[in-house]
Design a protein around this ligand. Structure first.
Ligand code: URA
Length: 246
């Protein structure tokens, strides 16, 4: 980044001040200063390493990597763009935070909901999705059929799913059991349709699937579906071992 100039509206959008439209308004209204001088033109160029940018007096530090969490609603594709024009998590994150072009770390099915992290840190993405790292994912599952302790034992003993794949040991914590049951499932792998296939292997079918935790980061109760926010310091600390060092 050294010596590179960028537009102030892009800089502010990247650092989470809303969409390019939002940050243009901030500039026009005189909330933004560069080296102590109001910068009202969104096309004003700055050097993020040298210039001191403040919004309402607060110093804004440019960081190369951005980490955003999204509470994905059903109907959204876990991708940057979709060839069929379906809405994606990257577009949702951009609308919510103003940061464009972030890619999702792993994927959730179109009908699944819950926690998905987006970033421009390719090293983090690689590490957090590598099966070698044993990163834990926790899902809240609603399933048709009565879950039993035999199912929990089967998950622990490793189930073989359709196609013959032998899953890793998984934890099944039954919350309610009946014609429709609910449970928390903890996995250390993330194969395509994995939870759905595992439930099918024990004679149940998944009715809804929500990811409630990823790599030790919990989906916060105060982040409604369809909303996004940057990871906070505590959450960044949790995933620190996987983050890019540069
Ligand atoms: N397992 C699934 O079946 N679907 C998901 O989206 C995630 C895990």
């Amino acid at each position: 980044m050294k010596g590179i100039k960028m537009r102030i509206d892009k800089f502010l959008a990247h650092t989470g001040f809303g969409s390019r439209k939002d940050v243009k308004k901030l500039a026009w209204r005189g909330h933004v200063t560069v080296n102590g001088v109001p910068a009202r033109r969104p096309e004003h160029h700055i050097d993020p390493d040298r210039d001191e940018v403040r919004v309402d007096g607060e110093l804004i530090v440019y960081t190369k990597y951005v980490y955003i969490m999204v509470n994905k609603p059903a109907g959204i594709i876990s991708a940057v763009t979709d060839p069929d024009g379906e809405p994606t998590v990257s577009e949702l994150a951009a609308e919510e935070t103003g940061v464009q072009g972030l890619f999702p770390v792993g994927r959730l099915d179109k009908d699944a909901t819950g926690l998905i992290i987006l970033t421009n840190d390719g090293i983090f993405t690689h590490r957090a999705t590598s099966p070698k790292k044993n990163v834990e994912k926790v899902y809240l599952v609603e399933a048709r059929g009565e879950l039993t302790e035999a199912d929990a034992a089967a998950f622990k003993a490793r189930v073989t799913v359709e196609g013959g794949y032998l899953c890793r040991e998984a934890k099944l914590e039954i919350l309610t059991a009946g014609p429709v049951s609910t449970a928390l499932v903890t996995l250390t792998e993330g194969r395509y349709h994995q939870v759905k296939l595992m439930f099918q292997a024990v004679g149940k079918s998944v009715l809804s699937l929500k990811r409630v935790s990823f790599a030790g980061i919990r989906l916060p109760d105060d982040l409604p579906e369809g909303q996004a926010r940057p990871l906070n310091e505590e959450e960044l600390g949790i995933i620190a071992p996987y983050l890019s060092e540069d």
